[in-house]
Design a protein around this ligand. Structure first.
Ligand SMILES: O=C(O)CCC(=O)C(=O)O
Ligand SMILES: [Fe+2]
Length: 348
């Protein structure tokens, strides 16, 4: 039975508490029309590439370029972000989700466009709800600015400090990776960042509670990220899957590694040389999974994003229409994004 979207909000919020109390079957609103364990699955031997950021720069540039072409996903090690900073952010996220529902609901946000800071269970009106709740921080950089401070919830009290330290470190890493990606495309190191005019940075904390019937639901449905690149950490509980050559690969990241994936804006800017990879998260019945995604993106009202002229030539004609990020996000949130459905809207 199709439920009105407002009912889904009303249902899904208390269901998060029911999950926390250990219900034995999932409500209908979460049940996927097709079992999520579909398509071929590869064993654990196939893994996203691992890139050591202490290797010589040329080697890093080449390995990242290959990973971007082959996977759209990779993981970085020896990345310079202290584990203590990552653990502090994961703890702050956990402490937020452990707050009583009434406190979390002080931060409830039902309108993702334009992206607003807030707590919710869903980001659009899709007819099936993902089995997660999330806290979105719309502005992360520079952490000392009033706008960023206002973007942080004031509960738990240590959230703001943990977020400031984490976002500072992830911002440096995100910029560094963009320089490698830029060079790998044959562009100047700073060309991607310069073309954005200002590098916007937001963050999404996901909580996936144990689910009594994980085979019927998705923790997070298949999508591509709309932004330029994303950096992801989790609490070590597996769940993330990447679609590669038609098969879902479960990501087993190395301890302390940070996962990196290409978003739709990079696919557009690279004129399709790099693809934004489809990914999703599976639920499980045993352990709570937390993940934190840092999104690097154009400023919403920023420049038009289009393929770099250097990457367009008679053999590689421009594949995409120029688009402003705010308009792109409007499509993302309106279209019940799934798989690669959003980027196809701006294909020529
Ligand atoms: O939880 C995960 O591993 C994936 C999260 C994700 O894809 C997202 O927040 O966009
Ligand atoms: Fe994602």
């Amino acid at each position: 039975m199709a439920l009105a979207s407002i009912d889904l909000y009303a249902q899904a919020i208390p269901v998060q508490d029911l999950l926390a109390q250990g219900i034995t079957s999932v409500p209908e609103a979460y049940i996927q029309p097709h079992p999520p364990i579909y398509g071929s699955q590869r064993g654990n031997s196939t893994q996203i590439p691992v890139i050591d950021l202490t290797l010589p720069e040329e080697e890093i540039t080449d390995t990242i370029a290959r990973a971007c072409k082959d996977w759209g996903f990779f993981q970085v090690i020896s990345h310079g972000v202290a584990q203590e900073i990552v653990d502090g952010m994961l703890q702050a996220a956990k402490d937020f989700f452990d707050l009583p529902m009434a406190v979390r609901m002080k931060y409830f946000s039902a309108t993702p466009v334009p992206k607003t800071t807030g707590y919710s269970v869903r980001f659009d009106n899709s007819s099936v709800v993902d089995c997660r709740d999330f806290l979105f921080q719309s502005l992360c950089y520079p952490p000392s600015s009033d706008a960023v401070k206002e973007s942080c919830p004031s509960d738990p009290p240590h959230y703001r400090d943990s977020s400031a330290r984490y976002c500072e470190a992830m911002h440096d890493l995100g910029r560094k990776l963009l320089r490698y990606v830029s060079r790998g495309l044959g562009l100047e190191s700073n060309q991607i960042e310069q073309s954005l005019e200002e590098l916007h940075h937001s963050m999404l904390m996901n909580r996936y509670l144990p689910c009594p019937q994980p085979e019927l639901v998705l923790a997070l449905r298949s999508h591509t990220d709309p932004n330029v690149i994303s950096l992801l950490v989790d609490n070590g509980v597996p769940g993330l899957q990447v679609l590669k050559d038609g098969a879902w690969i479960t990501v087993h990241s190395l301890p302390g590694a940070i996962i990196v994936n290409m978003g739709d804006q990079l696919e557009i800017m690279s004129n399709g040389k790099y693809k934004s990879a489809e990914h999703r998260a599976l639920a499980n019945s045993d352990s709570t999974r937390y993940s934190i995604a840092s999104f690097f993106e154009p400023p919403p009202a920023g420049p038009l994003i289009a393929p770099f002229p250097e990457l367009v030539n008679p053999q590689d004609e421009s594949q995409f229409q120029a688009v402003c990020y705010r308009d792109y996000l409007a499509i993302f949130f309106a279209k019940q994004a799934s798989g690669k459905s959003v980027i196809t809207q701006v294909k020529k």
